[in-house]
Design a protein around this ligand. Sequence first.
Ligand code: ZN
Length: 274
Amino acid sequence: MSPRLDLHVHTTASDGWWTPARVVQEAVARGLRAIALTDHETTAGVAEAQAAAQGTPLEVIPGVEISVGGPEEEIDLLGYFIDPDHPDLQRLLEAMRAERVERIQAMTERLAQLGLPVPWEEVVELARGDVLGRPHLARAMVRHGYVTDEAEAFRRWLGRGRPAYVPRRPVDPREVIALVRAARGVAVLAHPGRTGIPGNFEVLWRAGLAGLEVFHPDHSPDETARLMVLAQTYNLVPTGGSDFHGPEPDGRILLGTLPVPDHTLDRLRDRRPR
Ligand SMILES: [Zn+2]
């Protein structure tokens, strides 16, 4: 069975390289059945993507990726089928975006202290009014010739535990899961192979976690197999996606290339609060 779903996709609404319309165009060209837009702490790209998919066989599922991690472990949650207009969810996302700006500002200050000054206006300009993220800072560092590519920026300066790293202010993941459910969505734990199974996994599960992202480009075959067993053990829906941000450094486009089973969408839909 050829892969026809991609449930983890970023656009220029957060830190992706392509506009929502451009991503939809590519997904249609690849013959995908559905994609979920999961921009960081925003649903701003959903309407554009859905409009672009009008009249095509592609379904665009409204989604969001929410980082709840603290200093100990970084946990990302994915929300699917959410009502993008739900006021309480939007209030949370707005507060988190404000916190993101403060955090990237603090990291910019740290870089200056480290002798790698990047003008703040330039970072903001790179984000073009969309949700700020570390990738924008990394792009500015490449521009200034401090690093050769974004990966190096993360490896040496911006990654967890590196000199310019500032952790996010933690958010209670139970609150996030409750809000996703209030907005009639389902919550899924993102790429647990990359970040590790969090110590509070059972807490998330009891709070109403619906799925586990099993298929992800960063997961080795062993991790994928192990996560599949964990999903089955806890009766969670195994999900997956390419975590698409744009073409890879070598030009490959991973959109829609992960083996996400076709019935995943129906299984997730079944978990929506009524
Ligand atoms: Zn992501």
